[in-house]
Design a protein around this ligand. Structure first.
Ligand code: ZN
Length: 279
Protein backbone atom coordinates (compact mmCIF):
# COMPACT_ATOMS: atom_id res chain seq x y z
CA UNK A 1 0.00 0.00 0.00
CA UNK A 2 1.28 3.50 -0.80
CA UNK A 3 1.58 6.19 1.85
CA UNK A 4 -1.26 8.41 0.64
CA UNK A 5 -3.77 5.53 0.55
CA UNK A 6 -2.62 4.41 4.00
CA UNK A 7 -3.15 7.91 5.41
CA UNK A 8 -6.63 8.11 3.92
CA UNK A 9 -7.71 4.66 5.14
CA UNK A 10 -6.34 5.21 8.67
CA UNK A 11 -8.40 8.40 8.99
CA UNK A 12 -11.52 6.56 7.80
CA UNK A 13 -11.02 3.67 10.22
CA UNK A 14 -10.29 6.13 13.06
CA UNK A 15 -13.66 7.84 12.50
CA UNK A 16 -15.43 4.46 12.50
CA UNK A 17 -13.67 3.36 15.70
CA UNK A 18 -14.71 6.59 17.41
CA UNK A 19 -18.30 6.54 16.12
CA UNK A 20 -18.72 2.93 17.21
CA UNK A 21 -17.41 3.80 20.72
CA UNK A 22 -14.42 1.48 20.42
CA UNK A 23 -12.41 4.45 21.68
CA UNK A 24 -13.09 7.66 23.59
CA UNK A 25 -10.97 10.75 24.10
CA UNK A 26 -7.52 10.11 22.59
CA UNK A 27 -7.60 6.32 23.21
CA UNK A 28 -6.50 3.71 20.73
CA UNK A 29 -4.18 3.70 17.75
CA UNK A 30 -4.00 2.46 14.18
CA UNK A 31 -1.02 1.75 11.97
CA UNK A 32 -0.22 0.46 8.49
CA UNK A 33 3.05 -1.10 7.31
CA UNK A 34 3.84 0.23 3.85
CA UNK A 35 5.38 -1.89 1.08
CA UNK A 36 8.77 -0.25 1.75
CA UNK A 37 8.64 -1.22 5.44
CA UNK A 38 7.91 2.24 6.86
CA UNK A 39 5.04 2.54 9.36
CA UNK A 40 2.27 5.13 9.14
CA UNK A 41 0.67 5.51 12.58
CA UNK A 42 -1.85 7.62 14.42
CA UNK A 43 -0.28 10.46 16.44
CA UNK A 44 -0.15 10.69 20.20
CA UNK A 45 -2.95 12.48 22.10
CA UNK A 46 -5.41 13.00 19.25
CA UNK A 47 -9.03 11.78 19.13
CA UNK A 48 -9.43 9.12 16.44
CA UNK A 49 -12.66 10.83 15.49
CA UNK A 50 -10.97 14.16 14.69
CA UNK A 51 -7.82 13.19 12.79
CA UNK A 52 -6.79 14.36 9.35
CA UNK A 53 -4.24 12.84 7.00
CA UNK A 54 -1.57 15.44 7.77
CA UNK A 55 -1.56 14.60 11.50
CA UNK A 56 -0.26 11.04 11.03
CA UNK A 57 3.25 10.02 12.02
CA UNK A 58 5.70 7.98 9.93
CA UNK A 59 8.40 5.82 11.54
CA UNK A 60 10.83 3.08 10.62
CA UNK A 61 10.48 -0.49 11.91
CA UNK A 62 12.29 0.49 15.12
CA UNK A 63 9.81 3.27 15.81
CA UNK A 64 12.26 6.05 14.91
CA UNK A 65 10.30 9.10 13.69
CA UNK A 66 10.86 10.00 10.04
CA UNK A 67 8.86 13.25 10.19
CA UNK A 68 8.18 15.89 12.87
CA UNK A 69 4.97 14.11 14.02
CA UNK A 70 5.15 11.87 17.09
CA UNK A 71 3.51 8.44 16.90
CA UNK A 72 1.37 6.98 19.68
CA UNK A 73 3.26 5.80 22.77
CA UNK A 74 1.71 2.36 22.17
CA UNK A 75 3.50 1.95 18.85
CA UNK A 76 5.75 -0.75 20.41
CA UNK A 77 2.77 -3.12 20.45
CA UNK A 78 2.29 -2.57 16.70
CA UNK A 79 5.99 -3.09 15.95
CA UNK A 80 5.98 -6.37 17.90
CA UNK A 81 3.09 -7.63 15.77
CA UNK A 82 4.80 -6.60 12.51
CA UNK A 83 7.98 -8.39 13.60
CA UNK A 84 6.23 -11.59 14.65
CA UNK A 85 3.81 -11.67 11.73
CA UNK A 86 5.15 -11.12 8.24
CA UNK A 87 1.56 -11.23 6.92
CA UNK A 88 0.32 -8.41 9.18
CA UNK A 89 0.11 -5.09 7.34
CA UNK A 90 -2.13 -3.21 9.73
CA UNK A 91 -2.87 -3.09 13.46
CA UNK A 92 -5.89 -1.56 15.23
CA UNK A 93 -5.85 -1.10 19.00
CA UNK A 94 -8.91 0.10 20.91
CA UNK A 95 -10.85 -0.22 24.16
CA UNK A 96 -14.22 -1.52 22.89
CA UNK A 97 -16.54 -1.83 25.91
CA UNK A 98 -17.67 -5.46 25.66
CA UNK A 99 -14.30 -6.86 24.62
CA UNK A 100 -12.61 -4.74 27.29
CA UNK A 101 -15.13 -6.07 29.86
CA UNK A 102 -13.78 -9.57 29.13
CA UNK A 103 -10.22 -8.23 29.52
CA UNK A 104 -11.12 -6.59 32.83
CA UNK A 105 -12.88 -9.72 34.08
CA UNK A 106 -9.78 -11.79 33.27
CA UNK A 107 -11.50 -13.80 30.53
CA UNK A 108 -10.47 -14.73 27.01
CA UNK A 109 -13.07 -14.78 24.20
CA UNK A 110 -12.58 -18.45 23.50
CA UNK A 111 -15.94 -20.17 23.80
CA UNK A 112 -17.11 -22.05 20.69
CA UNK A 113 -20.46 -20.28 20.54
CA UNK A 114 -20.64 -18.70 17.06
CA UNK A 115 -19.91 -20.57 13.84
CA UNK A 116 -18.89 -17.43 11.92
CA UNK A 117 -16.33 -16.50 14.54
CA UNK A 118 -14.65 -19.92 14.38
CA UNK A 119 -14.57 -19.50 10.58
CA UNK A 120 -13.14 -16.02 10.34
CA UNK A 121 -11.39 -15.04 13.57
CA UNK A 122 -10.73 -18.03 15.81
CA UNK A 123 -10.38 -17.54 19.52
CA UNK A 124 -9.11 -14.38 21.17
CA UNK A 125 -6.70 -15.08 24.04
CA UNK A 126 -6.02 -12.88 27.02
CA UNK A 127 -2.47 -11.58 27.44
CA UNK A 128 -1.39 -11.00 31.01
CA UNK A 129 -1.36 -7.42 32.26
CA UNK A 130 1.60 -5.27 31.33
CA UNK A 131 2.07 -1.52 31.73
CA UNK A 132 1.06 0.16 28.43
CA UNK A 133 3.95 1.37 26.23
CA UNK A 134 6.53 -0.76 28.11
CA UNK A 135 8.26 -4.08 27.40
CA UNK A 136 6.02 -5.70 30.01
CA UNK A 137 3.07 -5.43 27.66
CA UNK A 138 4.86 -6.58 24.51
CA UNK A 139 6.44 -9.54 26.33
CA UNK A 140 3.02 -10.64 27.61
CA UNK A 141 1.66 -10.48 24.06
CA UNK A 142 4.59 -12.07 22.24
CA UNK A 143 3.76 -15.79 22.68
CA UNK A 144 0.18 -15.23 21.54
CA UNK A 145 0.73 -13.14 18.41
CA UNK A 146 1.98 -15.92 16.15
CA UNK A 147 -1.22 -17.98 16.00
CA UNK A 148 -3.99 -15.46 16.75
CA UNK A 149 -5.43 -12.54 14.81
CA UNK A 150 -6.69 -10.55 17.76
CA UNK A 151 -5.80 -10.40 21.45
CA UNK A 152 -7.21 -9.03 24.64
CA UNK A 153 -4.85 -7.34 27.06
CA UNK A 154 -5.77 -7.79 30.71
CA UNK A 155 -7.16 -4.64 32.38
CA UNK A 156 -6.58 -2.68 29.18
CA UNK A 157 -8.32 -3.45 25.88
CA UNK A 158 -8.08 -5.23 22.54
CA UNK A 159 -5.85 -5.34 19.49
CA UNK A 160 -6.49 -6.90 16.07
CA UNK A 161 -4.35 -7.17 12.96
CA UNK A 162 -4.64 -8.25 9.37
CA UNK A 163 -3.46 -8.05 5.77
CA UNK A 164 -4.80 -4.48 5.48
CA UNK A 165 -6.44 -1.85 7.66
CA UNK A 166 -9.94 -3.07 6.84
CA UNK A 167 -9.21 -6.67 7.79
CA UNK A 168 -7.67 -5.46 11.06
CA UNK A 169 -10.74 -3.30 11.74
CA UNK A 170 -13.16 -6.10 10.76
CA UNK A 171 -11.44 -8.45 13.20
CA UNK A 172 -11.69 -5.86 15.97
CA UNK A 173 -15.38 -5.46 15.14
CA UNK A 174 -15.96 -9.25 15.22
CA UNK A 175 -14.15 -9.44 18.57
CA UNK A 176 -16.40 -6.74 20.04
CA UNK A 177 -19.59 -8.20 18.55
CA UNK A 178 -18.74 -11.67 19.88
CA UNK A 179 -18.05 -10.32 23.36
CA UNK A 180 -21.38 -8.48 23.32
CA UNK A 181 -23.30 -11.59 22.25
CA UNK A 182 -21.52 -13.71 24.88
CA UNK A 183 -22.50 -11.25 27.61
CA UNK A 184 -26.12 -11.08 26.40
CA UNK A 185 -26.34 -14.89 26.17
CA UNK A 186 -25.17 -15.10 29.75
CA UNK A 187 -28.12 -12.94 30.79
CA UNK A 188 -30.40 -15.47 29.05
CA UNK A 189 -29.02 -18.37 31.03
CA UNK A 190 -25.74 -19.07 29.23
CA UNK A 191 -24.59 -19.89 25.70
CA UNK A 192 -24.75 -23.44 24.34
CA UNK A 193 -21.35 -24.41 22.97
CA UNK A 194 -20.94 -25.96 19.52
CA UNK A 195 -20.01 -29.65 19.68
CA UNK A 196 -16.44 -30.82 18.93
CA UNK A 197 -17.81 -32.45 15.75
CA UNK A 198 -19.32 -29.13 14.57
CA UNK A 199 -16.04 -27.34 15.39
CA UNK A 200 -14.03 -29.85 13.33
CA UNK A 201 -16.29 -29.26 10.32
CA UNK A 202 -15.95 -25.47 10.67
CA UNK A 203 -12.16 -25.71 10.83
CA UNK A 204 -12.20 -27.85 7.69
CA UNK A 205 -14.35 -25.24 5.91
CA UNK A 206 -12.20 -22.29 7.04
CA UNK A 207 -9.00 -23.91 5.81
CA UNK A 208 -10.44 -24.97 2.47
CA UNK A 209 -11.94 -21.50 1.93
CA UNK A 210 -8.66 -19.87 2.99
CA UNK A 211 -10.18 -17.79 5.81
CA UNK A 212 -7.54 -19.00 8.26
CA UNK A 213 -4.62 -21.33 7.67
CA UNK A 214 -3.24 -24.23 9.71
CA UNK A 215 -1.38 -21.91 12.06
CA UNK A 216 -4.73 -21.06 13.66
CA UNK A 217 -4.97 -24.70 14.81
CA UNK A 218 -2.31 -23.79 17.37
CA UNK A 219 -4.53 -21.21 19.06
CA UNK A 220 -4.69 -21.26 22.83
CA UNK A 221 -8.41 -21.99 23.14
CA UNK A 222 -9.64 -24.93 25.15
CA UNK A 223 -12.14 -26.10 22.57
CA UNK A 224 -9.45 -27.12 20.10
CA UNK A 225 -8.25 -29.67 22.68
CA UNK A 226 -11.65 -31.33 22.62
CA UNK A 227 -11.58 -31.84 18.85
CA UNK A 228 -9.44 -34.20 16.79
CA UNK A 229 -7.75 -31.18 15.18
CA UNK A 230 -4.02 -31.55 15.58
CA UNK A 231 -1.65 -28.61 15.85
CA UNK A 232 0.90 -28.86 12.98
CA UNK A 233 3.68 -27.04 14.83
CA UNK A 234 3.19 -28.75 18.19
CA UNK A 235 3.16 -25.31 19.81
CA UNK A 236 -0.37 -25.36 21.14
CA UNK A 237 0.45 -26.64 24.61
CA UNK A 238 3.28 -24.16 25.09
CA UNK A 239 0.81 -21.35 24.75
CA UNK A 240 -1.52 -22.60 27.42
CA UNK A 241 -0.05 -20.36 30.06
CA UNK A 242 -1.62 -19.41 33.37
CA UNK A 243 -4.27 -17.10 31.97
CA UNK A 244 -5.44 -19.54 29.31
CA UNK A 245 -5.66 -22.35 31.85
CA UNK A 246 -7.62 -20.13 34.21
CA UNK A 247 -10.08 -19.25 31.48
CA UNK A 248 -10.60 -22.84 30.53
CA UNK A 249 -11.24 -23.67 34.18
CA UNK A 250 -13.96 -21.00 34.01
CA UNK A 251 -15.32 -22.62 30.85
CA UNK A 252 -15.79 -25.81 32.75
CA UNK A 253 -18.48 -24.25 34.88
CA UNK A 254 -20.21 -21.97 32.39
CA UNK A 255 -21.70 -24.28 29.82
CA UNK A 256 -25.23 -23.71 31.03
CA UNK A 257 -28.11 -26.05 31.89
CA UNK A 258 -26.16 -27.44 34.85
CA UNK A 259 -23.86 -29.36 32.49
CA UNK A 260 -20.15 -29.41 33.19
CA UNK A 261 -17.67 -30.31 30.49
CA UNK A 262 -13.96 -30.79 31.01
CA UNK A 263 -11.15 -31.48 28.61
CA UNK A 264 -9.23 -34.71 29.18
CA UNK A 265 -6.29 -32.80 30.69
CA UNK A 266 -8.55 -30.94 33.09
CA UNK A 267 -10.23 -34.18 34.18
CA UNK A 268 -6.89 -35.87 34.80
CA UNK A 269 -5.68 -32.88 36.81
CA UNK A 270 -8.88 -32.82 38.86
CA UNK A 271 -8.65 -36.53 39.62
CA UNK A 272 -5.01 -36.32 40.61
CA UNK A 273 -5.78 -33.38 42.90
CA UNK A 274 -8.58 -35.43 44.49
CA UNK A 275 -6.19 -38.34 44.96
CA UNK A 276 -3.70 -36.01 46.70
CA UNK A 277 -6.41 -34.82 49.08
CA UNK A 278 -7.33 -38.41 49.94
CA UNK A 279 -3.77 -39.19 51.12
ZN1 ZN B 1 -4.73 1.28 24.92
Amino acid sequence: MDEQTARREIVRVGKLMYERSYVVSSDGNISVRLDDGRIVATPTQVSKGRMNEEMLAVTDMDGKPLTDKRASSELAMHLLIYREREDARSVCHAHPPHGSAFAVAGLAIDQPILSEVILTLGCVPLAEYGTPSTDELTEAMRPLVKHHNALLMANHGAVAFGADVWQAFDRLETLEHTAKIAILARALGGAQNLSPDAIEKLIDVRERAGYLDERARCQSCGYLHETKITCPTGERNDERRGDAARTSATNATTNGAGKISLTRDELVELLSQAAQLGK
